[in-house]
Design a protein around this ligand. Sequence first.
Ligand code: SF4
Ligand code: SF4
Length: 280
Amino acid sequence: MEVNCEGCAGCCVDWRPLSEAAPDHERQGRYRPLDDTYNLVPLTGDEIRRFVDDGFGDVLVPRLFAAETGVTVDGHTLASVAGGPAFYVGLHKPSKPVGPFGHDPAWLDACVFLDPTTLQCRIHGTDRYPETCASYPGENLALGFETECERVERAFDGDRLRDGTPPKEPGIDPVPLGSSVFVHPAPHRLDGVVERLVEGRATTADRAEFVAVAAGHHPGDVEVDTDHYEETYAAVLDAESWAGQASDEWGRLADAADPEPATAREVEEARGAPPTPGWD
Ligand code: SF4
Ligand code: SF4
C-alpha cells in the first residue's frame, strides 16, 4: 500500500461541495448516519478517554444510525443493541478555509486537526493519532472496498493510490461492543437530543452524554461504569482546548470572511495548535 497525500486530505475534508463525483458512500446500506459529517473517524474507547484526559473533549462528536428496526427516539428509528441506540464517537469537522486537490481555497468542513495551510494532520505521529487514520486505507484494500484515494482520483485526476496492495496486517479484527461501537443504555435520556443531532445543533451537554457513555463503556457488553461516566461528562463540559476554541472561531469567520488558509496561524497556532512540517 502506498498513497500520495500531498495536497489531498480527501479523507479529512468534506469535498462534496467541490465535485458531484463525491459519492455519499457512508449513507448507503442498512445503517445510515443521522448526521451529515463526511468520513467521520470512529474512535476507540481508549482513544476517546485519551482525548478527554488531554482536554480535547470539546471536539468529540457522536454518530447515531437510522435503521429499519430498533429503538425509536424523537421519531427516528435507531440502529440498536439490547434495546439501546448504537453509536460512534468521532472528531468534529468545522468549516475551515482549505484548498485540496489544487482547488482554490473554499470553506469546507474539515477535521479539527487538519492544518489548512499544509493540508497535513497536526497530531500525526503523536499518541493521539487515531488508529483509523494511521491504517487508512488498508482495511478498504483488504476488503475490496473503494478507497477515498480512488474517489479523489476519479474526480480530480492525479495519482493518489500508488500501490493498492493490501497491507499484510490490515488490522481487521472483530469489533466488540465498547471498542468503537457503543450502546446508550437509557434511550429516554435522548429525547430531544436526537432531533438536535439530526438538525446539526447539538449542545455541549448532548455531546457530553454520548462521550461519557462511550468512555464508561465496558468492552464486550452494554454496561457503563458510573464513575467514568460522571467524570467524563464533567470533563467534556469543562473542556476548552485550542481545537475547540478554533472551531468556534472558524464558525464565526466562515459566515463573514473570504477563505484564507493562512488565517490558521492566528486561529489555530496562536491558540496552541502544533505546526505541521510541510511537504519539503
Ligand atoms: S484520500 Fe488517500 S491520498 Fe488523499 S489524503 Fe487520504 S489517504 Fe492520502
Ligand atoms: S486526525 Fe488527522 S488524519 Fe485523521 S481525519 Fe483528522 S486531520 Fe485527518
